[in-house]
Design a protein around this ligand. Structure first.
Ligand SMILES: [Zn+2]
Length: 436
């Protein structure tokens, strides 16, 4: 497939118009200046995509999600965090089966594909249902189940362990699309004895780690009071960061935390919508970057966002940084695109993805900038994280396969997904209402 006469953002972060991007198999074969007309290109055979008025980017990586939470999107707004979690989310989640996870995950995956996301890093439960949805849809994912437990918990005896072992086995059949991760839900939902077991297990199994870190002021402070150290120091001392780790939120990290996270090679993931909606506060992403920590973006679950729009998320993160630091140079378009694509791919361990360059995986998204809100265009690249959102994405490709185009999915029966999601909603609400 040839993307013909299209705009892109180059390695230096500069926009280049009138470019050709040729995809062969699962890889980007050629990126070069466009030297012929559409008619001439079409005469050459193969599928030729008219890229006029459009921007092509490396696909986005959602580096922190709970994808089946689409099922609880909008269920319990205008509540305190405590009431939302304990009165709505936890009772609803307790009813969800592996099959329910499959349908919820498919809805989230469809939404992500329609917004240019090609890969996501997830933490949830009953993950075999999520695995099935990933496999069918063609998207890439790093999957995990968030471990919680007390000092008496024996890791090998948990449902977590069985699910993770099954995932490791199943992922071998995914052609590299699914990467199994280990995951600790958070410092405050686990005992140190269990964290140590998890660290040993992840090292033995050579798994990457995913964790929520210092998301609220309360948990951060409580850890300091209980253990005399910050969550970053505490988890580092328990060996959690001895494998490549993505830590989400990191709003309240302080002092030596920055050095610990950098020295351990921990990637941080920023979820500004969730931080704002839940009222947690905001991290200083400029400080993350200035300390040499790898920055990525995620959407968090649909319950706290409420969409999975990565373009919107990055734009919001950039605007917040500009406002916080009174510095409009935070961050450049090239830097934001690196946070949202290449850095996410690297955090997942996908060295061959996240760049629009020859030889890299053909994980791509096309944004249509013919719409009124973009007119007149001075620069396609700088229009991306100032003016676009998921609904401007018109094509998403993973490993050279078109999975979404002009409102249609090539691998997902979206009507069937929607009807199942409503069935699940109604069933669970009826069960909850009957009190059983
Ligand atoms: Zn989260």
């Amino acid at each position: 497939m040839l993307f013909h006469d299209i705009a892109l953002i180059d390695k230096e972060g500069k926009t280049r118009e009138h470019m050709n991007v040729r995809v062969s198999g699962a890889h980007i074969e050629k990126v070069e200046a466009c030297g012929n007309s559409l008619e001439e290109a079409r005469a050459g055979g193969g599928e030729v995509y008219d890229g006029r008025g459009k921007l092509i980017i490396p696909g986005l990586v959602n580096n922190h999600s709970h994808v089946p939470m689409t099922l609880t999107r909008g269920y319990g707004e205008d509540l305190t965090l405590y009431d939302w979690l304990f009165k709505r989310i936890f009772p609803f989640e307790a009813l969800l089966t592996e099959e329910d996870m499959y349908w919820g995950a498919l809805l989230g995956i469809a939404e992500m594909l329609s917004g240019g996301t090609v890969s996501f890093t997830d933490m949830y439960m009953r993950i075999q249902g999520i695995f099935r949805a990933v496999m069918e849809s063609g998207i890439k994912a790093s999957l995990s189940n968030g471990l919680t437990g007390d000092a008496q918990t024996r890791l090998e005896e948990t449902a977590w362990f069985r699910e993770t072992e099954t995932l490791i086995k199943d992922a071998k059949t995914s052609g590299g699309r699914v990467i199994p991760n280990a995951s600790l839900h958070a410092q405050y939902t686990s005992a140190p004895e269990l964290v140590s077991q998890l660290s040993d297990y992840a090292r033995d199994r050579q798994l990457r780690m995913h964790v929520h870190l210092s998301e609220t002021a309360g948990e951060h402070q409580e850890c300091k009071e209980n253990y005399g150290k910050t969550p970053s120091r505490y988890l580092a001392d328990l060996g959690l960061f001895d494998v490549p780790t993505t830590a989400a939120h990191a709003i309240f990290i302080e002092g030596e935390d920055y050095d610990i996270l950098r020295d351990k090679g921990v990637t941080l993931s920023h979820q500004p919508s969730s931080n704002l909606k839940i009222g947690s506060g905001l991290p200083d992403v400029k400080s993350w970057r200035d300390h040499g920590i790898r920055v990525t973006f995620g959407t968090d679950g649909a319950g706290s966002n409420n969409n999975l729009d990565m373009i919107e998320e990055v734009t919001l993160g950039s605007f917040l940084a500009k406002g916080m630091h009174r510095d409009p140079l935070l961050f450049s378009t090239g830097e934001l695109l690196t946070f949202a694509s290449r850095n996410g791919a690297l955090a997942q361990g996908r060295e061959d993805a996240g760049l629009l360059e020859e030889g890299y995986r053909a994980d791509l998204a096309v944004i249509d900038m013919n719409g009124l809100k973009f007119q007149p265009i001075y620069d396609y690249g700088t229009s991306l994280f100032t003016n676009a959102n998921a609904s401007d994405v018109v094509l998403t490709m993973v490993d050279g396969k078109v999975l979404y185009r002009d409102g249609d999915f090539t691998t997902i029966d979206i009507e069937k997904v929607i009807s199942n999601v409503y069935r699940i909603r109604d069933e669970k609400l009826a069960t909850l209402a009957s009190g059983s």
